[in-house]
Design a protein around this ligand. Structure first.
Ligand code: COA
Length: 336
């Protein structure tokens, strides 16, 4: 059997911090409200000179260094995002250029906040089938460019960031042991960015601002509470494991109450759940890989552990898997 071990990881968050107190000055909200409903205390916002690409490249370079590979060793770059700097070229192609990853194929995946998980699962298939042995997967979103900072329903929730992992072929169980993907297009209207109505309105004005995110918070909340737990449970079952075999949960960081519900569903105590939502808010596609980087740094996830990863997002979409952390026995292939 061939597996896709995670052998390198990296992250980038902008320096600028936007606190709940800062938001109190901008919209009718309060630190109390935000903390009690979401668990978020602050989030990071990109500086004017930063782009989704620059954040993705910073995370990708760290991941390659950590894996000990030169960019020329990468055969495929998959970037999960829904806030690309432009429609074309893709962020994956921009990362390709910036890294000088001359041998690599490159494409973006858009599954909203689930984009990194979709990208990770897609990339894993390329490695497991034998088509590629070394793949770079990035999750990045520059949400602040698409948020209406007069809308208290969305502006308190989101932040910017990027995370990346390197996958390499392994002969021992490592990387994703199971993969669950799902979507419900019929409910897509509850979370949108640039829907036709909004774009028609924007097209009617001369100074066209960027489209921004619109959300029915309580509908999304109900969906998320159900799907995060169900998807986590399905990933464990598909891996042939039981709840007792799970060492850690690394969930998408949207809202503390959603994270708690997911943990309860798979009977995991709070101390086995990685949480950083209080510091970054919802960084969308960057959320899970940033968590993996910090969890590894803190010794919270270690070689051989079974780690459940799970995310949800617009679309609506969801994805989950059980990750066996550590390099396994990586197949070192000769680079031409
Ligand atoms: N500050 C103060 N009040 C706010 C607010 C804010 N930042 N945002 C919304 N409200 C108000 C609403 O206007 C509404 O007021 P109304 O009842 O007078 O109309 C009220 O709070 C809603 O309260 P409640 O129903 O108790 O909120 P909630 O418990 O559903 O929490 C969210 C709201 C947005 C935090 C929650 O629904 C949520 O997290 N949803 C999921 C969002 C998400 O994760 N999206 C990203 C997906 S990847």
């Amino acid at each position: 059997m061939r597996y896709a071990a995670i052998t390198g990881w990296g992250m980038h968050v902008p320096e600028r911090v936007l606190t709940n107190n800062d938001l109190e000055e901008m919209v009718a909200t309060s630190d109390d409200w935000i903390v009690s409903r979401t668990g978020i205390r602050e989030r990071r916002l990109a500086a004017p000179h930063e782009t989704a690409t620059s954040m993705a490249v910073a995370a990708a370079k760290q991941a390659c260094d950590r894996a000990g590979i030169a960019p020329q060793a990468i055969e495929l770059i998959v970037v999960g995002t829904f806030t690309a700097d432009q429609q074309m070229p893709s962020i994956a192609c921009e990362v390709h250029r910036e890294l000088g990853a001359a041998r690599a194929a490159a494409f973006d995946v858009n599954a909203a906040c689930t984009s990194f998980m979709y990208a990770l699962i897609a990339a894993t298939q390329f490695v497991r089938t034998g088509m590629y042995s070394t793949v770079l997967v990035v999750g990045v979103d520059i949400n602040s460019r698409f948020i209406d900072y007069t809308d208290r329903g969305t502006c308190v929730l989101f932040g910017d960031g990027a995370g990346a992992v390197v996958l390499q072929a392994s002969e021992e169980p490592a990387g994703l042991l199971s993969s669950v993907l799902g979507a419900d297009g019929s409910a897509g209207h509850v979370l949108t960015l640039g829907d036709p109505e909004q774009l028609a309105h924007l097209n009617g004005v001369s100074e066209m601002p960027r489209p921004y995110m619109k959300m029915n918070g309580s509908e999304v909340f109900r969906f998320a509470v159900r799907i995060m737990g169900d998807a986590a449970a399905e990933a464990i079952e598909q891996a042939g494991l039981t709840y007792q075999d799970i060492d850690a949960l690394v969930p998408h960081q949207a809202n503390m109450r959603i994270i708690d519900a997911a943990a309860r569903r798979i009977a995991l105590p709070r101390e086995k759940v990685w949480v950083n939502v209080e510091r970054y808010g919802n960084t969308s596609s960057a959320s899970v890989p940033i968590c993996l980087v910090e969890a590894e740094r803190e010794g919270f996830i270690r070689d051989g552990m079974n780690v459940v990863v799970v995310a949800f997002g617009g679309g609506l979409t969801w994805a989950s898997g059980v990750l066996r952390w550590g390099p396994g026995s990586v197949v070192r292939e000769r680079i031409a």
